[in-house]
Design a protein around this ligand. Structure first.
Ligand code: ZN
Length: 169
């Protein structure tokens, strides 16, 4: 038996719950190992008396026992939750406590959004100008097309033949 298995068995040894062979090995070890012997002596000096089964049943058998245990556990859990939430604090202090890379990322995203927005605006303005220009061109061409073509001065034909509906006079 080595030191670690002896230390895990000290309580059982003091309670007299070790098997015969186990107890022999335990005693053999503490006789040879001063450290473990000292530990056993210390625990023995605390004079911890294990409860006998009758007292155990008397304490744990009560219906209030588990209610009391539940109460204690609930209070402890509540306290744990409270301390955890208390660490977080109100939302504004959490915002200030935000890590620097996160702030940098937010700032970068903001800048990108603004730049993108400006580019979109520029693009929109350019498109508007281009469409306006196109419209003007179309309008002037339409006006040009609507104007009657001037009669060719070099034509040998008389004007009368040019407008047949007026050719009666
Ligand atoms: Zn030992």
């Amino acid at each position: 038996m080595d030191c670690s298995s002896v230390t895990t068995r000290i309580a059982a040894f003091l309670d007299g719950q070790l098997g015969v062979s186990e107890c022999e090995q335990f005693v053999m070890h503490i006789e040879a190992c001063s450290e473990c012997a000292e530990l056993v002596m210390k625990l023995e000096c605390q004079q911890f008396m294990p409860l006998d089964t009758k007292t155990q049943k008397a304490i744990c058998g009560r219906p209030e026992f588990w209610n009391d245990m539940d109460c204690v556990l609930d209070t402890h859990l509540d306290q744990m939750v409270l301390t955890k939430t208390a660490c977080l604090g109100p939302w504004h202090s959490r915002r200030i406590a935000m890590p620097v890379p996160m702030i940098a990322a937010y700032a970068a995203a903001m800048v990108l959004a603004v730049v993108w927005g400006m580019q979109q605006q520029d693009r929109a303005v350019t498109a508007e100008v281009a469409s306006e220009h196109l419209g003007q061109q179309l309008e002037s061409e339409r006006r040009l097309a609507a104007q009657p073509t001037p009669p060719a001065t070099s034509s040998t034909y008389k004007v009368v033949t040019y407008t047949p509906e007026r050719g009666t006079f």
